[in-house]
Design a binder for this molecule. Sequence first.
Ligand SMILES: [Zn+2]
Length: 687
Amino acid sequence: MSSGSEDILQFAPWESFVSPTFWHKLAELKLDYDRLSDAQRSISGHYTNRKATGCLLEADYTSFNSAGQPPKFCHAAVGTIYNKNTIEEFKALDKLTLLSDEGKKLLYDMCSDRVAADASLLTRFFVLSFADLKCHSYYYWFAFPCPLTPTLKLQGAVTRLSDLPNGSNYVEALQSLAPESQNFFILYANGQQNEAVEARSLSSLDENEVEHYYFGFADPSEYEHPAWLMRNYAAYLLQRFPCFVGRTLRFLGLRYNQKMQMDDSLIWNVVQSEACDLTKTEDIQFVGWELNKNGKMGPRMVCMRDSMDPAKLAENSINLNLKLMKWRLVPDINLEIISQTKCLLFGAGTLGCAVARNLLSWGFKRITLMDSGKVGFSNPVRQNLYTHADAVAGNRMKATTAAQRLRDINPSAETVGHVLEIPMPGHTIGESLRAQTEQNLQLIEQQVQAHDVIFLLTDSRESRWLPTLLGAAYQKIVINAALGFDSYLVMRHGSTRDMAGDSGLEIEGLKCINGNQLGCYFCNDVTAPGNSLKDRTLDQQCTVTRPGVSNIAASYAVELLVALLQHPQRELAPAYYTQTGRQQTVQSADAGKVPEGLLGILPHSVRGMLCNYENILPATQKFAQCIACSAPVLSAFRNEGHVFLFRTFETAKYLEDLTGISEFKRLNSEIIDFDDAEFDMSEDDED
Ligand SMILES: [Zn+2]
């Protein structure tokens, strides 16, 4: 221990100790709340005087809590974070001015005596930071402002508390202080041998009793020097009681060991011989920027990439791209809805793969695929979740392989693949397959119920019938995509949910169909689906489409779903159209009048052609005799369940009779022509 008679007292500088959770929380706040704002934010830090190492001021995720209690055996420090938007702003900020501004806050607290009520104001700190969220790197610089006041001279040797006579009296006295008051306090000692010792709060300080006082503080320093915070403590006392100038003041740095004994606590007798008026803030200079790890004046950088679980890292990065939309472009977008929505994809071929990937891009996580096929040699070039090796293996099923690949791409995705055949109308089921079909039906039905959205992406029209019916029966959102050679159709099926009144607005020149009056994929058809692969040559059975068509359709399908999910009326949102001849579409001249949801208009369907790069947005009414979504079909399904389904698998004609479509066809065959030659969809996806 040093024992010079007139040594200048030195202090152990603070060392910032930042938990990774601090940066994770900062990133979250920046992304979700602050966004483009770089307003300063109040934070807290904490330090401990129990078995202290170094002289640490710690910050973690609790630092951002508004009324956070410090952890056990710790004391609070009052802080501010200045998180800049760019590295340039971080670098360019005038560090001297910032330190001085923060220092003046400290002086204000000292001079106005707010410190007496909350002594933690003496441990003020701030952080200048820049969070590079794309790289998971954080640039930061801590400062612990302190006014430059006249030096404190040490009088005599530093003594240990345990060397004082009747040291145990101090221990007892301190126990009367609440732990949260043990950051700064007074020990009043009376008598020759310190027989009577009392612990008091700072606010009770009486200048006439100063010779009885030990100015106590929780000392986070493990060194011979007291912690930096004693500097502000002394400055505060000398400011508040100018009569202390020139007098010996006793400071007690309270230090606990592992066993909560105070034997390591130290006592410094100090004198400040020159006066200093801290109310003259303009004359005061400040110190306190922390040195970096090289011992130089400068910021530090920490990269969280390596300390993060790769899956978590991926999740954060994916969320980053999505959350950035909220900063400027679509502040009201609800990403939570997207991540919670469960999607069931019928078909894991060209469309299924592309839709699934687009869903991942938007932050959908819960994706289930159903498909009966194996990955074949022709598949990988168009079906973007498969590779040549899958085909070579010879036994890789599309549904399960796709589910695995989605998790390979985003480990936090929850994906499942079910390998099964979708029963179809007019595809007779032999007795030997009946039990298996029944099992499949149960699984399909249960999966439809368990999901929010059904995607119809299979390679034939008739395989879309059952999912369409189930989607309608269980009031799910149904999105359908079908391909022609150079054309595509993407649509949302009309909802079967009840809705009171009209949801649309009266808009001049536009007509409108309520969301629950919109048609399904089958509403435009006057024939029940039969075996569409029968009597077809190979080029007709396999999808012959321009390769871009499936990607375009898949993208529209997912974008349509997202627009729907973000629309205040969701699937009940009306579709608007203008009538020209037989066509009910939104003409480009009128498109500007259509009311928009968060992401723009929500059409019923999108039909597009690659040959002229044109899209139209037809809207069609529900068809009362639809073989998939009409009331007779739904009630037959509700009443008879699988018995009804098996009957339709036996013969599709049953559906035509049930809905009265046979009669309808007979009556109208001469009058109504449903063919729309311009947009004749072959519906075929690639096998
Ligand atoms: Zn229908």
